[in-house]
Ligand binder design. Structure first.
Ligand SMILES: *Cc1c(COP(=O)(O)O)cnc(C)c1O
Length: 367
């Protein structure tokens, strides 16, 4: 039998930037300065530039990026935030951490992203923020979401954790909303060598509030204006991210060409394939197909050595963590069907042509 194909291999990404990463690690080690230093300042300005946004703040992870953005937007006890019913649970947890309530809205069944037509019915006098997610790296339809927010006096925070390098109508994701939250978790399209996160925004005051909140609510050491948290992007992670950033466009181009081959090779299999609207340039964080007998398909692929994952097996409203909201099966049927049927196929920058062909052959043999 041929070599198994893992779901994801991060080694090619390291090799593509190895001299720069190794130099960055050595530079920080030698500097003797590990938090809130010049590596962070440099990465923040590079990342804001990459996203065509004016300002950025590094934080410790994507969950904190979402949570601190919501706090900086003024979300608190008793407020409501509109979230997708089919996102990773971090999107919801960030809302709960502010004392606010996540209000789920169903996605569009083809794009997997928040359906702008369904949002308005979920807006109440307590709604403060709309929180779309660019799920799987496919940009959400932002123009109608921004227009709706404008009409209702709301803010928009987008969860960009899966969308580094994606573009919407020619504009990079990260410069589209009032604030944009990023994760630099190792497996994300721009990944650190540990946890990392950040926020981009055109609003200098908002980014300044996040910088205060991430450091114990303190601007001047031992003087605390806000009840902040400890959520800093450390110098090693910031230096690694700066070292990898010059390769991000190349990595995204590779993801796009692999996705194009998968779309072509799997076109007539009966699988539901990702749909790409004309205005979207996806980042292809994940290549997600749908099949009514997903579990059996995944088992057959595993027997043939093909690694796959499910993003995600249980929707947030059915997690024990959210029992308090009182939802049950059937409350969000579009999301529930997605969670039963989605399967993520292997796709990573540096995947060999033979590996891409194997994925196509094995999937065709198993559907
Ligand atoms: C990864 C992810 C997060 C959380 O990021 P962490 O860095 O792991 O905290 C939030 N939202 C989405 C959609 C994600 O994929």
């Amino acid at each position: 039998m041929s070599e198994p194909i893992p779901f994801l291999d991060l080694q090619p990404c390291y090799r593509a930037s190895q001299p720069a990463i190794d130099a960055a690690l050595a530079r920080v080690a030698a500097s003797g300065w590990f938090l809130l230093g010049k590596e962070l300042v440099a990465f923040e300005s590079q990342w804001a530039g990459y996203c065509a946004s004016a300002h950025a703040a590094g934080v410790a992870n994507g969950l904190d990026a979402l949570h601190l953005s919501l706090r900086a937007l003024g979300v608190g006890e008793g407020d409501e935030v509109i979230v997708p019913s089919n996102t990773y649970i971090a999107t919801w947890l960030a809302v709960s951490q502010c004392g606010a309530r996540p209000v789920p809205v169903e996605p569009d069944p083809l794009s997997f992203n928040l359906d702008p037509a369904r949002i308005e019915a979920a807006i109440t006098p307590r709604t403060r923020v709309l929180l779309p997610v660019h799920l799987y790296g496919q940009p959400a339809d932002m123009d109608p979401i921004m227009a709706l927010a404008e009409r209702h006096g709301l803010k928009v925070l987008d969860d960009c954790a899966q969308a580094h390098g994606a573009a919407y109508k020619g504009r990079p994701v990260g410069g589209l909303a009032h604030a944009s939250a990023w994760s630099f978790y190792p497996g994300k399209n721009l990944g650190a060598m540990g946890d990392g996160g950040g926020v981009t925004s055109a609003d200098a005051d908002l980014i300044e509030r996040i910088k205060v909140l991430r450091n114990y609510g303190s601007r001047i050491k031992y003087h605390n204006e806000l009840k902040g948290i400890n959520s800093r992007l450390d110098e090693i992670q910031a230096a690694v991210l700066s070292a990898k950033l010059p390769q991000l466009d190349e990595a995204t181009a590779q993801r796009r060409s692999i996705a194009a081959r998968l779309l072509e090779g799997l076109a007539d299999t009966g699988l539901q394939l990702p749909q790409v609207p004309a205005w979207a340039e996806p980042a292809w964080h994940l290549f997600v197909v749908r099949h009514p007998a997903r579990d059996a398909l995944q088992a057959r692929l595993a027997e043939r050595g093909l690694g796959t994952l499910i993003h995600y097996p249980v929707p947030p409203h059915l997690q024990p963590a959210y029992a308090e909201l009182g939802y049950g099966p059937g409350d969000f049927p579009i999301a529930e069907a997605m969670h039963r049927e989605v399967l993520s196929l292997p796709l990573w920058p540096g995947m060999s042509s033979a590996q891409i062909d194997r994925v196509i052959t094995e999937v065709r043999a198993c559907v």
